[in-house]
Design a protein around this ligand. Structure first.
Ligand code: HEM
Length: 145
């Protein structure tokens, strides 16, 4: 299903921009000791949370329908894949599932805190780690081709 791969590919821009924005906003709020507001900070964090989960969902479907996902593992076997194939079929999916789990932890932890600085800190650290993980395993070469 080429359309899903295209969707996953374009959605990646939106998710990355939102995550970068959410992390910087949280860092500024944390270090600047700002107040965590519902109309701005909560919305930014929630938006990044929802869209990264949507990307996870699309990614999971792509994994099961694309020739470069599960099928590659089944036909080539773990040992038969070169590093590019392994990146697409194994490293990118696993790393990103872990990244979204970290983002989820950051989101849940921020909700349990009362203090603004603690909320910003939770978002900054966990969304930040998630973002770094995602960036570490993007198939850049394929994306820009
Ligand atoms: C959440 C952050 C994620 C981002 C930003 C992201 C981004 C990308 C990008 C940019 C590509 C290259 C698309 C292209 O060829 O133009 C890609 C491919 C792919 N992604 Fe993701 N992805 C994410 C999560 C996931 C997850 C969670 C999975 C699976 C569980 C997944 C599975 C795949 C697969 C299988 C491909 C290769 C598709 C193919 O070549 O046919 N992605 N992803």
């Amino acid at each position: 299903m080429e359309i899903l791969r295209t969707l996953h590919s374009y959605f990646a821009y939106i998710v990355l921009i939102l995550l970068i924005f959410a992390v910087f906003n949280a860092l500024l709020g944390w270090l600047g000791k700002k107040e965590f507001t519902m109309h701005k900070d909560l919305r930014i964090s929630l938006f990044a949370f929802i869209l990264s989960h949507l990307q996870l969902l699309i990614g999971l479907i792509v994994f099961f329908v694309s020739a470069n996902g599960l099928k590659a593992i089944q036909t080539l076997g773990m040992g038969g894949m070169n590093s590019a194939a392994r990146l697409l079929a194994v490293e990118h999916p696993l790393t990103n599932i872990l990244a979204i789990a970290l983002i989820t932890i950051g989101w849940s932890r921020h909700k349990k805190k009362d203090d603004s600085t603690a909320k910003f800190k939770s978002i900054a650290i966990f969304y930040g780690l998630g973002l770094l993980l995602i960036l570490s395993r993007i198939p850049w070469g394929q994306w820009f081709n």
